[in-house]
Design a protein around this ligand. Sequence first.
Ligand code: CO
Length: 500
Amino acid sequence: MNKSVLHSSSTNAPEYFDRQDWASAYCNVEEELNDYVLELVSGSLPEQLSGTLYKNGPGRLERSGQWVHHPFDGDGMITAVKIKNGKITFSNRFVQTEAWKEEEKAGKFIYRGVFGTQKSGGPLANAFDLRLKNIANTHVVQLGNELLALWEAAGPHALNPNNLETFGLSNLGGVLQPGEAFSAHPRFDPGHHGHHRMVTFGVKTGPQSTIRLMEFDNNGTSPSKLISDRKDIFKGFAFLHDFAITPNWAIFLQNAISFNPIPFLIGQKGAAQCLRSKQGDKGKFLLIPRDCGAYAGQSPLTFDAPQGFVFHHLNAWEKNQNIIIESIYYKDFPSIAPHEDFRQINFDQIPEGQLKSCSINIPDKEIEVVQISPQCCEFAMVNPRNQGLQSHYCWMAVAEQKTGNAPLQAIKKVNLSNRDECFWSAAPRGFVSEPIMIPNPASKLEDEGWIIVLVWNSQRKATDLVILEASDLSERALVHLPIAIPYGLHGSWVSSKDHH
Ligand code: CO
C-alpha cells in the first residue's frame, strides 16, 4: 500500500490527498463509446469472472458555463464493463430522459435541480417552478430482461442491457402511477423464500408519509412480475434513501429531519437543501413485515433509533428476538449551502460516515449500538448471497486516514466477527468509488470472489478499473479506461448466466 503523505495541514494532521486532484474528476463526459475493447495494464482476468458491471452516476455537470450546484444534480450516465472469455469491453451512454433531451437541444439548464442547481435568472426565474427533473443518475439494476436506471423521487427509466439504449420511463407493467416515487435502492433477496426477488419501495412524503413496499419476482427468465405490494402510513416527514431486508422484515430508518419548503418555493434553494437535522431528536426504525414472512399482514413496528443521520445500510439480519442492522451514520445531515462551490469543500467541516451495528430487541423495545469502525467510509456491501442474513465479511470504500473526514481513497474488507481489516489503497493520487463484491461462482466461501471498482486516476486525468481478490484485497488486474468519468453513485454486477 502506498502511504505517501502529500502535505500537512495547519492542524498537523497528515493529508493523504490534494483537493485539486480530488476535484479534477468533476468534468463533463463528452464521448459515448460502444463495446470499446480494453487492454489489461497489469494482472490477468479471473477465469470464472464473466458478466457485466453496470454503474450509474452524473455524467453532465456543466452547460454553457453554468455548473451544477451539487454533482447529485448531474444527468445520469451508464457505464458498462463487459468481461467474457478473457475479453473486456467498455460502453457508456447517457440515459435519454425527457429533460436531458430538452437541455441538450437548448444547450443550457432549463430545470432546477433537487440539490440546488438553479436555472439562470436568479430566484425570480426559479420561484414556484416545482417541476422535478428526473435525472436517472443514482443506481442501475437488472430486473427481468431490462436494465432500470433509478432516481428515487420519480419512476425508473428502462434500458437495453446490451447497448444501453433508453426505452423510456417505465411504469413496470402498470405497477407505478405517473410520477410515483420509486426508490433507487432496491434490495435483492437471494432466495429467502425460494425465488430470487427484488424488494423495493416508494415514499410519498408530507406531514405524514406513506411507504409502499413492493416485491418483484426476479428469477432471471421471465419479465418482472409484482408479487407483493403493501402500503403503510407513518407520522412525520420521511427522508428514506435506502432500507434493508431480512427474511421477515423490511427495515427503514426514518431520520430525525425536518423539511422547510419555503426557500425552495421562493427559488432560493433546491428541495434537498431545505432538509435540516432536528437537533437532539432521535430517528425511528420502521419495521414492516414482508408478505412472504412469518408476520405477513401484521402492522409495522417502530423503535427509537440511535442519534445521527443515515443514508445507507450495509445489511440486516435476524437473531432470535433481535434484528441487527448495520448502517453508516453521520453526526448530522451533510448539506452544501447555496453560496458554496462543491469542488472547494472543506472536508474537515463535513461529518464523516462511520459504520455502526444496531441491535433491536423486539420484545423489550430496546436498542444497543456498537461502532464497528471509526474510519470514514461509504458504499459498504456484503456478499450478495448473504443479503438479509448474518455475514462475516463486508467491503467498503474508506478514506486513507484512520479518523476524520476525507475523500474515499481506499477499499477495506472488515471481518465483522473479530474486526480484522485489510486494505487496498489508491492514495495519494487515486480516488475510489463504490466497490462491488462479486462472489466466485465456483466457491461457497463467503469472501471468495472479486471486488471491482472504478478509480479516479488524477495523474492520468482518466478513470481506471481495478479488480481485487475479495479475500485479501490483493490487486488482480488493472485496466485504463479511455475516458474520464466523474465519481459515480451505485451500480451492480450481472453475471453472464443471468443475461438474456
Ligand atoms: Co445511495
